[in-house]
Design a protein around this ligand. Structure first.
Ligand code: PRP
Ligand code: MN
Ligand code: MG
Length: 181
């Protein structure tokens, strides 16, 4: 038995992810070397990316964690967001780098960026491993982005289906039979 048996296809391999993470970490290390940035990991999906990214960043940085849940109900594009776990660190005057696994509608990050600016962060930027531009409901775009992906439901490397598959080291598409299809 392997979780690989549940996959229809692999979109991004472990090797491709690791190479991209190193590349992003190199760029971020250069851009933030003078700043002592606060990296904000958006739980739970961004945990594997955050973990790999910081290990490749050769500068001083601080880490904190936030958990929010979004309700994408109805046809509303405003997006209601609830804070499940807030930061322990004050963001006032800090250079913030929000770390995400994926931007889909953009509603989660739209809310977070506004919140951190309201709390007087000096700067707020976004690094995301995956970007699904076809899902977007606002004008949000990442400052640093790993891969643009097509309009498909993907799992792995933090992304879940019913809380499962987050631990896969690659990103892929599930077989329809896994959903009972
Ligand atoms: C997923 C993903 C992003 C967000 C992207 O998180 O990890 O955080 O949705 O979607 P959006 O751009 O449409 O807002 P989710 O809320 O499922 O929580 P999780 O990270 O705990 O899985
Ligand atoms: Mn998430
Ligand atoms: Mg999820």
């Amino acid at each position: 038995m392997s979780l690989m048996n549940d996959m229809e296809k692999i979109l991004i391999s472990r090797e491709e992810i690791q190479e991209k993470v190193k590349e992003l970490a190199g760029t971020l290390s250069e851009d933030y070397k003078e700043e002592f940035p606060l990296l904000v990991c958006v739980l739970k999906g961004a945990m594997p990316f955050m973990s790999d990214l910081v290990k490749e960043m050769d500068i001083h940085l601080e880490m904190d964690f936030m958990d929010v849940s979004t309700y994408h109900g109805g046809t509303s594009s405003t997006g209601e967001v609830k804070i499940e776990k807030d930061l322990n660190t004050s963001v006032e005057g800090r250079d913030i780098l929000i770390v995400e696994d994926i931007i889909d509608s953009g509603l989660t990050l739209g809310y977070l960026v506004d919140l951190l600016k309201y709390r007087k962060a000096k700067s707020v930027k976004i690094v995301t491993l995956l970007d699904k531009p076809t899902g977007r409901k606002n004008g949000l775009s990442a400052d640093y982005s790993g891969f643009v992906i097509p309009h498909e439901f993907v799992v792995g490397y933090g992304l879940d289906y019913e809380e499962k598959y987050r631990n896969l080291p690659y990103v892929g598409v599930l077989k329809p039979s896994v959903y009972g299809g």
